[in-house]
Design a protein around this ligand. Structure first.
Ligand SMILES: [Zn+2]
Length: 154
C-alpha cells in the first residue's frame, strides 16, 4: 500500500473546496441557508480513499436537522470508509448559534462539534472551511475548533 500522503495527492484542496461548494446546491433549508461539505475518508481494509459530499437538510422550522458535514460523514461510514481524514465545509458566513463566535467562515455547529468529538482519531482530522462565493479559507484541527468555541470546558 502506498503512503497516505501519496494517495492524498489525488485530492487537491481546490478540488475538494469546489466539490463542497457544489454540494451546497443540494441543501434543503427553510431559511435559505445552504451548506455543502466534502469528507475525505479511508477504508481501513482496502486503503482506498474516497470523497463523500453532503448538504444540510432542514425543510421545516422545527424538528430534525441534518448538517452538511454530518450528512457526508454518515455516507462515508455507511460505505465502510471509517477513517475520516479531512472535512471541508462551504457556507455563507454567520455567527455561531451556540458560542456566538464570529469567524471569517462558518464552522461546524455546536451539535456537530459534540458529535465529532465522539469520532475516534478526530484529533488527526483537518478542517477546511470556506465561504461559498469568496476565497476566504480557514484551516484548523479539531482541538483548535473546540477550544475556539468551547474554551477549556469539557
Ligand atoms: Zn452542524
Amino acid at each position: 500500500m502506498r503512503k497516505l500522503e501519496e494517495r492524498l495527492l489525488r485530492f487537491p484542496e481546490e478540488l475538494l473546496i469546489e466539490a463542497a461548494r457544489e454540494a451546497a446546491a443540494d441543501a434543503i433549508s427553510h431559511r435559505d441557508y445552504h451548506v455543502g461539505a466534502v469528507v475525505l475518508a479511508e477504508n481501513p481494509d482496502t486503503g482506498q480513499i474516497c470523497a463523500f459530499p453532503g448538504a444540510n437538510w432542514k425543510p421545516v422550522s422545527h424538528g430534525l436537522k441534518y448538517c452538511a458535514e454530518g450528512d457526508a460523514i454518515s455516507k462515508a461510514l455507511k460505505a465502510g470508509y471509517s477513517r475520516i481524514l479531512l472535512i471541508v465545509v462551504a457556507a455563507d458566513q454567520q455567527p455561531d448559534d451556540e458560542s456566538r463566535v464570529v469567524a471569517p467562515t462558518a464552522h461546524p455547529c455546536g451539535g456537530c462539534r459534540r458529535n465529532l468529538r465522539g469520532i475516534p482519531g478526530i484529533e488527526r482530522v483537518l478542517f477546511v472551511t470556506v465561504r461559498r462565493d469568496s476565497d476566504v479559507v480557514e484551516r484548523f484541527t479539531f482541538n483548535e475548533l473546540w477550544e475556539r468555541h468551547n474554551g477549556n470546558s469539557h
